[in-house]
Design a protein around this ligand. Sequence first.
Ligand SMILES: Nc1nc2c(ncn2[C@@H]2O[C@H](COP(=O)(O)OP(=O)(O)O)[C@@H](O)[C@H]2O)c(=O)[nH]1
Ligand SMILES: Nc1ncnc2c1ncn2[C@@H]1O[C@H](COP(=O)(O)OP(=O)(O)O)[C@@H](O)[C@H]1O
Length: 452
Amino acid sequence: MHSKFLYQSEHLSTELKDFVAIGKLFVSMGGAPAFVADDLPGDYPNGFDLKSEGHNTVVNVGNKTYLIGGTDHGSKSTIGVRVSDKRTGGWVTPTVLGTRPKPSEVISAVILNEDRIFILKGDSSPDDCFWFLEVDTPFVQEKRKEFGTEVVAWSKGVVGDAKKPIVISGPSGVGKGTLISALMKEFPSTFGFSVSHTTRAPREREQNGVHYHFTERSVMAEEIRDGKFLEFAEVHGNLYGTSIEAVEVVADAGKRCILDIDVQGARSVRASSLEAIFIFVCPPSFEELEKRLRARGTETEQQIQKRLQNAKAELEQAKSQGLFDHMLVNDDLETCYASLKKLLDLDEAVEIINESSPPLVDLPRDHSVSKIDKKILISCGTRERASKNIFLLDLSSLKGGAPGRTRGLDIYTSDSMTNGINVAVEGDGEHLHEVEVIQEYEIEDGGPSIMK
Ligand SMILES: Nc1nc2c(ncn2[C@@H]2O[C@H](COP(=O)(O)OP(=O)(O)O)[C@@H](O)[C@H]2O)c(=O)[nH]1
Ligand SMILES: Nc1ncnc2c1ncn2[C@@H]1O[C@H](COP(=O)(O)OP(=O)(O)O)[C@@H](O)[C@H]1O
């Protein structure tokens, strides 16, 4: 069955025209400004391979079938995921990484690049409707090997052109904390600090949850085993780590994340999908480093010796090819801070606090979703009468991904596409494409069973 959509608009924006052109849809040149979106040619794979039924969506990716929906076995407040390998049969509950979305009664799904499934949750708040379930990304492949189990990873979609996170490394006492504090003080709405976990004791004036999450080794080790950490390392005799959540809360606040982590951590993040800018801060001399460390007065003599010893190794490792993008020498603090701002393109910047935010979508229960290339068209409305709300979601500039958020979703509303001129959609509210119905499932206690 092919469905037809009729759009009416006097002035289509370039974006919508592009979208139409990509789909090779017909644009009427006659008196009545209208164009008809008919069935799409076969050379545009529609990306749909699912059946959304009630609370569940079934998606086929390669040899595997993913059942997404209902609630999680362990936590009733998050969406559940089951996987079946067509070659072996049977259903397994995978290891699920990342912060999980809350359940939704209406889920649409689109496969992207065969390695992730884009999920749209109807009836969800604007900041909670776009999610990615990674099923075969490099991160998932690595974790699958590590855990020896089936693994999937959730990553929330963030609308807008979020800038890359910043990783700052350098030996103890070089001035990382001082530089980061200055940046956060001057640009409080731009930057957010990734609050690490550590097993070291708090220093005077350090607050739990602000400077670090101070924790017990056994607790942190268990959380690492549960896959809650983006990276972790043993540094100066203590365990330090960046939880996935620490990075996500910064992204959720619409801020650019700064991570203060050691060289081992930087290497792990480099190997992850975080796509950060890596900066190493060097001391002007070893003597000056020792002087600063002593003057800070936060470590015992034994701890100072250990840190100085480790500094030599860190300075050596930092030289390794391709690890750091920038090296900064922190001799004079003001000069170094100015260089940091310059490399982050902030030297002329005055923080704009109320920057206009990208349009948000209130995705209703009734919506239909179509995919052409990397663009998704969402039309909202009932079967009988689609409403005038159309959203075009451009996924061609995605950045990041699990662990953490998937950034760079571009969204155009019908308003932004047509400069406020009415866009009417007529039709039966079905998808533009034929949607392949696989099978309908319902979840029973023992796992999903096929409905007759
Ligand atoms: N890998 C990793 N290193 C971290 C993390 N948090 C802090 N560190 C590093 O651990 C080292 C010790 O940090 P800290 O005890 O605060 O001492 P400081 O470097 O003297 O300020 C520094 O090199 C930090 O960059 C983390 O989450 N992961
Ligand atoms: N450029 C600088 N010149 C002199 N002292 C500095 C400079 N940068 C930082 N400091 C001081 O050196 C000490 C260590 O700095 P800190 O930011 O705590 O280092 P880190 O976070 O790298 O361990 C602090 O007392 C800080 O005030």
